[in-house]
Write a protein that binds this ligand. Structure first.
Ligand code: PHE
Length: 448
């Protein structure tokens, strides 16, 4: 079977693909908004600690399961099981992750569709298509259905091309584009009045809010979402890594890039909020609380773009193109999780499997669009606050308690000859066994 499986052709290709999965709306929208509504720099500090001390070790668990299994998430987990009961458990965890990835895609595609229409909107405005621009600007069923479908079709088009010619090729193109747009936007915002005040709120922590338990829960959820954990995605991406690669450093690169881009996105969004405030757009209440999280991207920032005059069209276009690209490199990873399973389990062709699963996910998306107020928030909470931490924790338990320790270490050693002399080797197996499951469970229980 391994001959028909894809593989990333290079180290750079894997890093771009996995970082592409990790870097998404969670980084550019979620992280800055959470930071603004959870006490600014204090949240940043807690987030950084949790990302490196909990999310990175958990990411390594998923990558190592996949690289060892060289198969879809369910089969990779089942290869570690020693008894029929453990096999069932493996199925539940792997399949649960795949369903979670599909459900995340179903709401993510709706949000990404909004980003798409917001990218097209300035073009319509500049070319004088006033009524089109108003239509694109106003939430409506037809608009959401059209742009969600477009986004899913684009995701399907990339995934049906496979690992090297689809995921890897497009991630290598889109990720550098994303970084360039982000850098240009930051330079622009930093030159505006009010930006420095925003920078201060972002970087100087208020230590009083550090111990707020809500802050911990939000930061952990954000870190898990951002690293795409608990969705089988990193297991499947891990399965496309060659045995010659050093997994420990690959995982570290992905974590670093993800955290760095979230941090850098904060350098754009938080100062932009203060710039908008300085221009008379209401963003913070008198007590300094964020007035509305939901309106940030679609009202606050567009108001800022409008206040810039003509250049605002261009900046708005660049900003939403950035969001759309970030969303696309993430959504392809979400679709790959169920597709890889269907291809290997039911012996379907990749193209066929991709369209069937993409079709099913579109139907779920449409159901959410038609029952927006009842379902949208529910699916987000179910997947990001409940399933992701739970499945992420179960993967740690698999690696720490079910997999034979020597076999686990042998997998780490592939492509990393001097692994035994590293701190990772000494600490991680123990850490993944006790610290990660416990810490995740504690935060998880607290969130109820
Ligand atoms: N990590 C992505 C983001 O930050 C979202 C994602 C979640 C991707 C789960 C894949 C799986 O936007």
């Amino acid at each position: 079977m391994s001959s028909i499986r894809g593989e990333f052709s290079s180290r750079f290709g894997f890093i771009m693909a996995a970082a592409g999965s990790a870097v998404g709306l969670g980084n550019i929208w979620g992280f800055p908004t959470q930071t603004a509504s959870n006490g600014g720099a204090a949240f940043v500090l807690v987030y950084l600690i949790l990302a490196f001390c909990l999310a990175y070790p958990a990411l390594m668990a998923e990558l190592v399961i996949g690289r060892h299994g060289q198969a879809n998430a369910v089969s990779s987990l089942q290869k570690l099981a020693n008894s029929p009961l453990q096999k069932k458990f493996a199925f539940t965890v792997g399949f649960g992750g795949i369903i979670c990835a599909g459900l995340i895609l179903s709401f993510y595609a709706i949000v990404a569709g909004w980003m798409f229409s917001a990218t097209v909107e300035p073009i319509a405005a500049v070319t004088g298509l006033v009524s089109t621009s108003t239509w694109l600007n106003t939430q409506s069923l037809p608009r959401d259905l059209i742009f969600t479908s477009l986004f899913i079709i684009l995701t399907i088009a990339i995934i049906s091309k496979g690992v090297e010619n689809g995921i890897e090729k497009w991630s290598k193109r889109l990720m550098p584009a994303l970084l360039s747009i982000l850098a240009l936007l930051i330079i622009y915002v930093m030159t505006q009045e009010g930006a420095m005040e925003g920078l201060k709120a972002y970087l100087v922590p208020d230590f009083n809010s550090l111990l707020d338990p809500q802050l911990l829960v939000s930061a952990l959820g954000q870190a898990f979402f951002s690293l795409s954990l608990g969705t089988s995605v990193m297991i499947i991406y891990g399965s496309y890594i060659s045995k010659k690669e050093n997994l420990v450093s690959l995982g570290a690169y992905v974590t670093l890039i993800d955290v760095l881009i979230a941090f850098v996105a904060g350098l754009l969004i938080i100062p932009a909020m203060y710039v908008a405030q300085a221009q008379g757009v209401a963003i913070f209440s008198e007590s300094g609380a964020l007035l509305s999280e939901d309106t940030l991207v679609f009202q606050v920032l567009p108001a800022l773009f409008t206040s810039m005059g003509d250049i605002g069209y261009f900046v708005g276009f660049a900003f939403f193109a950035l969001m759309s690209i970030a969303a696309l490199t993430s959504s392809i990873s979400m679709l790959e999780a169920p597709v890889s399973y269907a291809v290997e389990k039911f012996a379907l062709g990749r193209v066929q499997a991709t369209w069937i699963i993409g079709g099913i996910i579109s139907l779920v998306s449409f159901t959410i669009i038609f029952n927006f107020s009842a379902l949208f928030g529910f699916v987000i909470s179910l997947t990001t606050q409940f399933s992701q931490p739970l499945i992420g924790m179960l993967c740690c338990i698999f690696v720490g308690w079910i997999w034979h320790r020597n076999k686990l270490l042998a997998e780490i050693k592939n492509g990393h000859a001097e692994a035994e002399s590293t701190l990772f080797w000494k600490v991680w197996p123990w850490y993944i066994k006790f610290v990660c499951p416990l810490a995740i469970a504690m935060v998880f229980i607290h969130s109820f």
